[in-house]
Design a protein around this ligand. Sequence first.
Ligand SMILES: Cc1cc2nc3c(=O)[nH]c(=O)nc-3n(C[C@H](O)[C@H](O)[C@H](O)COP(=O)(O)OP(=O)(O)OC[C@H]3O[C@@H](n4cnc5c(N)ncnc54)[C@H](O)[C@@H]3O)c2cc1C
Length: 447
Amino acid sequence: MILGSGWGGFKLIRETDKEKYQVVAVSPRNHFLFTPLLASTSVGTLEFRCITEPVRAYTGDVEYHQAWCDTIDFDKHKVACTLNLATSPETVDTPQHVELQYDHLIISVGSYSNTFNIPGVKEHGFFLKEVSDARKIRQRVLECFERAEMAKTDQEKNDLLHFAVVGGGPTGVEFSSELHDFIREDCSRLFPSLMNHVTLAVYDVAPKILASFDQSLSEYCMTKFRRSGIEVRTETVIDRVEDGRLLLKGGQEVKFGCLVWSTGLTENPLVAALEGQVMKSRNRRILTDEYLRVLDPQGKIIPNVYALGDCATIKDHEVPQTAQVANQQAIWLRKALNTMAKRPEKDMTEITKPFSFKNMGTMAYIGNWEAVVDMTTLNKEAKESGHMAWVFWRSSYLTMSVSLRNKMLIPMYWLTTWLFGRDVSSFQVYDRRHREAIGSRTNTHVV
Ligand SMILES: Cc1cc2nc3c(=O)[nH]c(=O)nc-3n(C[C@H](O)[C@H](O)[C@H](O)COP(=O)(O)OP(=O)(O)OC[C@H]3O[C@@H](n4cnc5c(N)ncnc54)[C@H](O)[C@@H]3O)c2cc1C
């Protein structure tokens, strides 16, 4: 049984040997999401469907349940789940529960965005974790421009067109860059009179952005951002968020039209529910041994239960919460499980070496066809910034995307965006009016 269809789970769902195992997948999200290109979809550089892979398309021989796993009983080998299905977008169904039995369990449920309990973030900020988040951001950005177009005063326009990104890690930087490209290349054409009112700022508590990158690359990004007009507000602490207002420590207030929050990760509710059943790290991730086997609170291995990806880390060998780690772990576990099935009499430690993470480096898009690539973990000299790095960034993600369909769609959308600009259609309001209108007409009988 595999919990989750993300970077860890999806690979295992696809590649576990179905001749040897009956694979059951449980995930509330019925698709895999290629997260490195999610920021591109939030402004329309790419369309949402070219970065997703439906689980069903790969699960002819897999039993799939579109459900949340709520609790796990390790003694009885059972998981309790709630179906993630609604009959119509307007109704909230009575939750439907199912219990499922497993022999081997793989937990790869990922993590949630961390708000550090700062009041108002959940209510007034946008996150960037799922396709639904990217859709909401895209709609809000367009709404800000449309509202500003009708605003009466310059102050109102300035407030609506201040875009605030909190978190200067790779996700925050990539989103800011994509948004800056969108404003410069498309909004300047569509809303020319508003351009003087637009401001974009990245806020971070740390003294620099892209702090995990080589220092020269982090500085390159900060200089480039400042030159492009993106304000970099480092060493800035956010105290509170209110509707359209950021309140900074020290009393300063900043009005915004759209706030995107990207400051780190916290535990998934399932992992929180496993309190007292598994050993956890300081940052609330499930602890495993080097064979990805989950440990109980006393440090003993829980038989046939594995955890990988963002929700877990290895005892005494902390691994980062990246797709690269989840992907390498999934490949390692798939090989180990497939070999174990052929030699069931052997212990895992006898058939494979422990998992070890090979850091292949990191990259980030920094706007205007430039990127930074840091591979100094492999070779001290291996770092690049600018247009060449951008070519490397794009070709790497194109190569890594999963299906042939998406390998074709992604460059097609890149080309379309370059030739014709990003699509600025928004669909939300029309649908509600349409339903209301249909509702009122069906009650009228015309003779
Ligand atoms: C915008 C963005 C950009 C990123 N860019 C990069 C990058 O360039 N390079 C990189 O290495 N990493 C990147 N990351 C990080 C990377 O996406 C994560 O580290 C990776 O997704 C972790 O994989 P995972 O399988 O652990 O979790 P996820 O991919 O998050 O998958 C978790 C799965 O579990 C499911 N799930 C959740 N709760 C339950 C439950 N209760 N029961 C069952 N299933 C459940 C979810 O629906 C999902 O299918 C990025 C992340 C984001 C958000």
